[in-house]
Design a protein around this ligand. Sequence first.
Ligand SMILES: Nc1ncnc2c1ncn2[C@@H]1O[C@H](COP(=O)(O)OP(=O)(O)OP(=O)(O)O)[C@@H](O)[C@H]1O
Length: 312
Amino acid sequence: MIEIEGITKRYGETTVVRDVRLTIAPRTVTVIVGTSGSGKTTLLRMINRLVEPTSGTIRLDGEDNRSLPGYELRRRIGYAIQGHGLFPHRTVAQNIASVPTLLGWDRARIDAKVAELLTLFQLDPAAFGPRYPHELSGGQQQRVGVARALAAEPKVLLMDEPFGALDPIIRAKAQDDLLAIQKHFETTVVLVTHDMEEAFHLADRIAVMDKGEVVQYATPAEMLVKPATAFVESLIGAGERPFRLLAIEPVSSAVEPGTAEGEAISSAASQREALSTLLWSGRKALPVVGPDGVLIGKVSLESLAQRAAGPS
Ligand SMILES: Nc1ncnc2c1ncn2[C@@H]1O[C@H](COP(=O)(O)OP(=O)(O)OP(=O)(O)O)[C@@H](O)[C@H]1O
């Protein structure tokens, strides 16, 4: 649990973060969005004290984050940034081993951790461990950056535009990897992004910042149905709302009894994918199969249209 209480940051006369209050539940993904210069990075960096707040308190599992020296706090909190920040003269394995080495883990434990993380990120430890960062593609470097941030098994992972430099296909894959790994390690993730698509895909809760203040902190569904301000509405993109609503819900919650003609869709797919398939194939309904491939019902264009409609 991360409790941010009345956090303010001023530089001289300028207040860049104003009286922010957020409670972030453990094992969730919170995404901070907002326009450029709204204070997102500053807020994130006050959690691991790369930036010291002017006033207010941040508690991690009930403990004031000032109760430890900053460098020790930062060994406990994972931090991944755009451009990954890998050490260029250390191998991939040495990069990932950085914090565990500082913490004095024994060699066998470090080696096992490096191998585990590389495997989780689909990088063969024997092939990639000995390489240097410049011998990797951008997407591979980015995965190593996140692996390094996770190496000391932090309960909290802070991410600042971690996927900003990736092309759309690798980016989507990196997001899915992150969600799988977040569930596997039960990490609490706080992530800053400019990309609303990314925010809606990843977030359990979204915090919208405008001029240093959090103007809404809500689940994606709540935010779509009830944006708190005109700014939030414009950020969501009014024209995208029906599609975003469908994108955050799986087909499994729209299944109806009966069946339909043609190729089936998985119950784990998003309702937006189902809508897209329906429109593209010109059908009125699709058969739905469960995780075991067994037919469980259908999903219809009519019911998706109802689900995509805003409150009347
Ligand atoms: N060390 C500093 N000294 C003075 N002003 C600063 C400092 N760091 C940040 N700022 C200012 O604080 C404001 C918020 O910056 P911050 O980086 O938190 O915004 P952001 O929302 O993350 O922006 P972006 O999306 O562009 O990265 C900006 O106006 C910035 O110029």
